[in-house]
Design a protein around this ligand. Structure first.
Ligand code: FAD
Length: 404
């Protein structure tokens, strides 16, 4: 067996979603001729996750509409599909991946694209009426639960919680959104922009609970069915449906017996390699992004594809070029599309330089140290593109302010 990379290497990709599928496609598009095996724990053909908390919850798309590709696409690319079977171990010495059905498959190169799973609260204990949202099956179950619900508590004021709250309110359900930060999306966008998002939710009928008092103390349960949430403040909120959107955990349990470093996701070098012949892409990958000089792991849809393309190129070229993107994400809240470029986490300052969410046009820029590190905008596509360019060139903050 060839231990080399190059066009005829056998590549095993673990995780059959945005990152995994993009890696297979990118390899073939660049002339890779060796065997490619795509292993996915879910029984479904690969599907896209962003619509799950938006159009699918609102009934605007069906489960069959969120497929990533046409059903024959991967077979047409001569990619061997092994869906409905999880990988359970990686042996980096023998270069094998073990699967839940007891079989092993060997590799020259392995790409880890196992994403993240929804974090649970220890209080959940499989109570009826308590849901999380990460997978298509969970989205379908949640959609039908919302249709039957009268009053919903969404726990978590991040992107997922806010999108679910927006979708549920649009369906005519009473929604209480509880986040323990001081305002919505504070961790992701900062308090100034977060306040505007909170204002948007309140104006559309979402009841907000924020701050430490909105931390869940326990669920109240009757006959195995949730009846409401008790908060740390002592307040009780009645609900027949509770949705937990309290973050995610990198899906790395299957790698625990391997020699890989797993601090928060799969620790990679700047080129996204994690060991000899091993790469990671998408939500599960933590790598050093030299553009921001930061070790990052980002859960953004477009990153899964871009990082997969980068890794495919490293496998084929046999080089160690660093992956240095300007991250991008979007979020749909009601009729508002929030878009962001850059790395906003841990920023030192946010400045809203134009408009507000209420106006339907808003631009905010972010400073880390002395540098412009991010931009968030609503309804300002052209300006957003220009600011993205300034983030990519690491514009000095004072220069950015004088431009604004
Ligand atoms: C509801 C929702 C809405 C989102 N909305 C947005 C948005 O608006 N904008 C945005 O930028 N991003 C959004 N995201 C994030 C985006 O979907 C992710 O960044 C993207 O899906 C990451 O792709 P991935 O391939 O890295 O991981 P995933 O999509 O998580 O896929 C990983 C796959 O690996 C499989 N797997 C896990 N463990 C194993 C194993 N041991 N063996 C085999 N297979 C395994 C999983 O079953 C899964 O299918 C959203 C995510 C969710 C859940």
């Amino acid at each position: 067996m060839s231990r080399s990379g190059g066009m005829d290497a056998k590549v095993v990709i673990v995780g059959a979603s945005a990152g995994g599928v993009s890696a297979a496609e990118a390899l073939r598009a660049r002339g890779h001729t060796g065997p490619i095996e795509l292993i996915g724990a879910e029984k479904h053909a690969p599907y896209d996750r962003p619509p799950l908390s938006k159009q699918l919850l609102k009934g605007e798309l069906l489960a069959s509409d969120v497929a990533l590709r046409a059903s024959t696409h991967l077979r047409d690319l001569n990619v061997a599909e092994r869906f409905g079977v999880a990988a359970t171990a990686l042996n980096t010495k023998a270069r094998t991946v073990t699967l839940a059905d007891g079989t092993n498959t060997d590799y020259d190169r392995v790409i880890i694209a196992t994403g993240v799973s929804a974090r649970q609260l220890p209080i959940r204990n499989s109570v009826g009426g308590v849901h999380t949202l990460r997978t298509l099956d969970e989205a379908v179950a949640l959609q039908s639960a919302i249709a039957d619900a009268k009053r919903v508590v969404v726990v978590g004021g991040g992107f997922l919680g806010t999108e679910i709250a927006a979708a549920a309110v649009a369906l005519g359900v009473d929604v209480v959104l509880a986040g323990k930060a001081s305002t919505l999306l504070e961790g992701a966008l900062g308090a100034t922009v977060g306040e505007q998002v909170a204002g948007l939710h309140t104006s559309r009928g979402v009841e907000l609970m924020t701050g430490p008092a909105a931390t869940v103390h326990q669920l109240r349960v009757k006959d195995g069915q949730v009846t409401g949430v008790e908060f740390r403040s002592g307040e009780f909120v009645q609900a027949d449906l509770v949705i937990l959107a309290v973050g995610s955990e990198p899906a790395v349990d299957w790698l625990r017996s391997s020699s890989l470093s797993l601090t928060d996701g799969v620790d990679c070098s700047s080129d996204c390699s994690a060991g000899e012949g091993i790469y990671a892409v998408g939500d599960v990958a933590r790598w050093h992004n030299p553009l921001f000089n930061v070790s990052m792991r980002i859960e953004h849809r477009t990153n899964a594809t871009d990082q997969a393309i980068h890794v495919a190129e490293r496998i084929l070229n046999g080089d160690t070029t660093a992956y240095a993107p300007v991250p991008y994400f979007w979020s749909d809240q009601f009729d508002v599309k929030i878009q962001a470029h850059g790395y906003l986490r841990g920023h030192d300052e946010v400045k809203v330089i134009e408009g507000s969410l209420d106006d339907g046009r808003m631009i905010a820029i972010y400073r880390t140290g002395g540098t412009l590190t991010g931009v968030v905008a609503v309804g300002a596509a052209k300006a957003l593109r220009q600011w993205r360019g300034h983030v990519a060139t690491k514009m000095d903050w004072h220069d950015a302010i004088s431009l604004s």
